[in-house]
Design a protein around this ligand. Structure first.
Ligand SMILES: Nc1ncnc2c1ncn2[C@@H]1O[C@H](COP(=O)(O)OP(=O)(O)OP(=O)(O)O)[C@@H](O)[C@H]1O
Length: 652
């Protein structure tokens, strides 16, 4: 085609911004799906497109679009995965009233907040589906419907009844919401999807406010919302144009669609970013090979573009270390320190000489919890609320709202306690004042003094309990609850007052349990857990620990990375690096899934490996603790072309 400029080298992707501007300013505009691999500079591309479409950078058709948007009081909506990404994009764009950037949660709540009747209907419809599914599943059991199943049905029916009585729904995208009508994050997303599909008025409102919606990290965006928006964007000219940015190779949350590229309607444009600006050549080469690998048990297509490294980034060091998973945790830690030493020599980089010099990535939250010494608390919180127990990847998880007292309020109070257990009264009073605990002090002087005394005594007892070695969570919270120092969630109070022993855990794969029973086990475990674990758990939850899981590092980059792969301690069977490296056979479920063309352990593990490896700028150490090291070594040496012979090291 005449006039087409072919870019080479580092400028290979230079035409993509203009290409996307073209799709969005055509009449009618065209939706698109941007294949943007790891380190390809998605954010930069997005911002440059927005600057042209809103007249910040002079652009003929962009300027016309900006005028139209302004004339009708509309704006382009950008939906990002994290609050941090909102800040980055807004910061780079500067003040721009033609673009509204938000997380998907804010976006959804802006749309549906206040429409209480509609929300109620959506939530009830969702519960009705849940109930129907539970009944169908139970009816299909060989032994028929059990008592536990019936209790589960009753639980859902009670939830439906409760919803009918809620007058107003409340929600805050950035923090947990409490009390009657409080909605969970997932509920807001599901309700929005349902309403977009079932309420034409909402569709009209959306199209009228935001005729163009651009979604970053679309591979992990909740599929219900994505499906609803994709439906609204069809056919071309419907009034809504979508732009999906993302990398299906980096899909790690189950919320997203399993094969987004395969679902993109044929009429959509599919621009591509081919560069990897982040990593050295050797790392880019490795991730290309990993993605292209033809492996037994792989069902996901290897669709996607091979990436190019920047012309000046021709180095990089990669090593694969393989050892026995039967070693103890301390032995493994010791060997991992040895691995770092090998990396120091191989890469000639002293960054590997101290643990602060490189980022360690562990596979599972449970593994991190075991290594970080907060497994009891983590396990308990997982039972209380499986969806809120681990860092979210959005970097803003504060744990289940129901456990706020122990996870947040008491953390602040604990910071006022000295090593000898004495409490800094001034700092503690400030904590109580901020939390509103002093608002309700009696007006009567004598009563006021008595109440202050009571709180003071509770704080003193809390301080001494805090520093007692081996103190349990129950021992530390007892004086605080007794004196009602903080306003505490009624569910926590009820669980604390309940003296009955926890129900027995169900036998895996044979028994189910009700949510109530699971939560009760969680609370009992939490009250029994060591108080000292809580602080370590909180740090991890907030993303401030030097240990991170493979999942939460999505979007980040580090100069030196050590990826620790250890199925044995990971718990759960969603991921298996042993299977990926041929060290254990595929299970029956995997073979069935292969037959059915469904996602397998190999697919999930491959994507996770892709994400972790692509975080490294310069050097990358992969440590595989294998069940069968000999097989894993054979795979690495003979059956895959991922590593050269000198890059594969056996851990003796
Ligand atoms: N055009 C460019 N020229 C030079 N460096 C760039 C360019 N685009 C991005 N970079 C740099 O490359 C690195 C990766 O960019 P960025 O994190 O935006 O990629 P990404 O597409 O979001 O990656 P991922 O999906 O892996 O998180 C960053 O350090 C960024 O500063």
């Amino acid at each position: 085609m005449t006039g087409t400029v072919v870019h080479e080298g580092n400028d290979r992707d230079a035409g993509v911004v203009e290409e996307i501007c073209g799709y969005l300013t055509e009449q009618p505009p065209q939706s698109f799906f941007l294949f943007a691999g790891a380190g390809s500079g998605k954010t930069r591309t997005l911002v440059e497109v927005l600057r042209r479409l809103t007249g910040v950078v002079p652009h003929a058709s962009g300027g016309r679009l900006a005028n139209r948007l302004r004339l009708y009081g509309r704006s382009i909506r950008v939906v990002t995965y994290t609050k941090n990404a909102v800040a980055v994009i807004s910061g780079r764009l500067g003040s721009n009233d033609l673009v509204a950037v938000s997380t998907i949660h804010s976006f959804c709540w802006e749309l549906i907040g206040g429409f209480d009747e509609d929300i109620r209907e959506a939530l009830i419809a969702d519960k009705a589906v849940q109930l129907e599914e539970a009944k169908t599943k139970a009816a299909a059991k060989v032994r028929g419907i059990s008592d536990t199943d019936r209790r589960k049905f009753a639980e859902i029916e009670a939830e439906i009844e409760a919803l009918k009585g809620v007058p107003t729904f409340i929600y805050h995208p950035d923090k947990d919401t409490y009390g009657e009508g409080a909605m969970q994050h997932g509920q807001v997303l599901d309700a929005t999807a349902w309403l977009l599909l079932n309420r034409p008025t909402l569709r009209t409102i959306l199209q009228d406010r935001h005729p163009i919606i651009l979604i970053d990290e679309s591979q992990d965006t909740m599929k219900s919302v994505l499906d609803a928006l994709m439906k609204l964007a069809e056919p071309r000219g419907s009034g809504l144009t979508l732009g999906l940015l993302g990398d299906h190779r980096q899909r790690i949350y189950m919320d997203g669609h399993s094969d987004l590229p395969g679902l993109v309607p044929p009429g959509w444009a599919k621009p591509e970013l081919k560069m990897n600006h982040r990593s050295q050549q050797r790392v880019v080469q490795l991730i290309n090979k990993i993605w292209a690998a033809k492996l037994a048990g792989r069902t996901q297509p290897s669709s996607g573009i091979e990436q190019h490294h920047r012309t000046e980034k021709t180095g990089g060091t990669v090593r694969l270390f393989i050892g026995r998973t039967s070693l103890s945790t301390p032995e493994k830690r010791q060997k991992e320190a040895w691995v770092a030493l090998q990396m120091q020599q191989a890469a000639q980089s002293d960054a590997w000489a101290t643990s602060a010099g490189y980022q360690s990535l562990a596979l599972e939250h449970k593994l991190v919890a075991a290594r970080g010494d907060f497994l009891n608390v983590y396990t308990a919180i997982t039972l209380i609320d499986p969806n809120a127990a681990a860092p979210s990847g959005r970097g803003e998880n504060t744990g289940p709202s129901v456990a706020r007292l122990v996870l947040q309020d008491l953390a602040q109070l604990a910071a006022c306690v000295a090593a000898d257990g004495s409490v800094n009264d001034f700092a503690a009073t400030e904590v109580l004042r901020r939390a509103g605990c002093l608002d309700q002090l009696p007006a009567d002087a004598d009563q006021r003094i008595a109440r202050t005394e009571e709180m003071h005594e509770a704080l003193a007892a809390f301080g001494s309990a805090c520093v007692k070695p081996d103190a349990t969570v129950a021992e530390v919270v007892a004086p605080i609850i007794k004196a009602q120092v903080f306003k505490v969630d009624s569910r926590l109070l009820q669980q604390f007052a309940d003296q009955t022993p926890p129900p027995a855990a169900p036998i895996p794969r044979q028994e189910t349990e009700t949510d109530d029973a699971r939560r009760r086990r969680g609370w009992c475990a939490l009250f029994k857990a060591p108080w000292a674990e809580l602080e370590r758990y909180r740090r991890y939850l907030a993303g401030n620990s030097e240990l991170a899981t493979h999942q939460v590092v999505k979007g980040s980059e580090f100069t030196h990375v050590m990826v620790v792969m250890d199925d044995d301690q990971s718990g759960g069977n969603q991921i298996s690096y042993d299977k990926l490296f041929g060290a254990t056979e595929l299970g029956k479920r995997d073979l069935d899934n292969v037959q059915a063309g469904k996602e397998t352990t190999i697919d999930r593990s491959l994507r996770l490996l892709y994400v972790t490896c692509s975080r490294a700028r310069e050097t990358l150490a992969l440590v595989l603790w294998a069940e069968n090291p000999a097989e894993a070594l054979k795979f690495a040496r003979n059956k895959s072309d991922w590593f050269t012979a000198e890059e594969i090291v056996e851990i003796a």
